[in-house]
Design a protein around this ligand. Structure first.
Ligand code: LHQ
Length: 271
């Protein structure tokens, strides 16, 4: 896959089996511009089509991960002229943020959010919608929506209570307080936070590990766990069985078992 040039406000690079998408407006803490938003969807589609990609890392350039929607963008900023028609932010959600959030959740490979700095508003929602969230100790998560008179969007209202329970979700969303990464880890909002100096190596090692795993089964794991949120126990057991039927017909399953029995490392190739 080619790098940067075809994207505005994004850098997309593949090294081996790992595609890294970097939000790239560091002077604005990677606040989401129109080109960044549409580019993100295109970059994910390209990674989906690129069979060499076995894991995706989403991260930010500079000191921030993503400060949410660019509030100065005329497409979303309210027209402050007296009597002006309100800007319908819901349209932007429906047309752009919803498809993006759904796409991340349906990728055929694991998606790691490497949260290198502050993640605010829709930036936090996008990070939390990824499969595994690793943050630097200096990073933080801010549900910035309440401070500008909105509800959490880009999946925030669905993700937050499922990750941290209603009490924490409401307190975070109503106060808009900055939650440091180590507290986010303790609360169960993210997988882990690591010292800044160790962060790049931790992210790279996690990506390399996942890329060497049976990624088809990992994407299926996400699908079953997400579906379980709306199923009862018996239905979840049935869905697990349906996926096992599909996966047990895959090359990766044969290879995984054969490698175990032969006491050799497995080489997985399905996607
Ligand atoms: C920004 C932004 C930003 C523009 C920092 N926009 N410039 C909403 C509406 C429409 C459609 C869809 O959905 C949404 C969902 C949302 O995402 S709502 C939430 C939007 N985000 C926010 O409300 C967060 C706003 N930013 C902040 O509160 C702070 O910047 C944080 C706490 C993230 C970081 O603070 P600092 O570390 O002190 O940095 P800073 O505030 O100095 O920011 C650096 C620059 O980035 C600064 O520009 P300047 O020209 O003064 O250097 C900011 O204005 C700019 N910036 N966020 N969202």
């Amino acid at each position: 896959m080619s790098a940067g040039a075809e994207y505005e406000d994004l850098i997309v690079e593949r090294e081996g089996h790992v595609t890294t998408i970097t939000l790239n407006r560091p002077e604005r803490l990677n606040a989401i511009s129109g080109p960044m938003l549409s580019g993100l969807s295109r970059a994910l589609m390209a990674a989906e089509a690129d069979t060499e990609t076995r894991v995706i890392i989403l991260t930010g350039a500079g000191r921030g991960f993503c400060a949410g929607q660019d509030l100065a963008d005329p497409a979303v900023a309210p027209d402050l002229t007296p009597g002006a028609k309100p800007t319908d932010v819901g349209n932007v959600i429906e047309r752009f943020y919803k498809p993006l959030a759904l796409r991340i959740r349906a990728m055929p490979v694991p998606v790691i959010a490497a949260v290198n700095g502050v993640a605010a508003g829709a930036g936090a929602s996008i990070a939390l919608g990824c499969d595994i969230v690793i943050a630097t100790r200096s990073a933080s998560f801010i549900q910035a929506f309440s401070k500008i008179g909105l509800v959490p969007d880009a999946g925030g209202t669905w993700l937050l209570p499922r990750l941290v329970g209603r009490a924490n979700a409401l307190a975070l969303a109503m106060t808009g307080d900055k939650l440091p990464a180590d507290e986010a880890q303790r609360m169960g909002l993210i997988w882990k936070c690591v010292d800044d100096a160790l962060f790049p190596a931790e992210v790279a090692a996690t990506a390399a590990r996942l890329a060497a795993m049976p990624v088809k089964a990992l994407a299926a794991t996400r699908a079953v766990i997400d579906a379980s949120m709306r199923l009862d126990y018996a239905e979840a057991l049935s869905l697990e069985g349906q996926w096992q039927s599909k996966l047990s017909a895959s090359h990766d399953y044969l290879e995984g078992v054969a490698a175990f029995l032969a006491k050799r490392p497995a080489t997985f190739s399905d996607r």
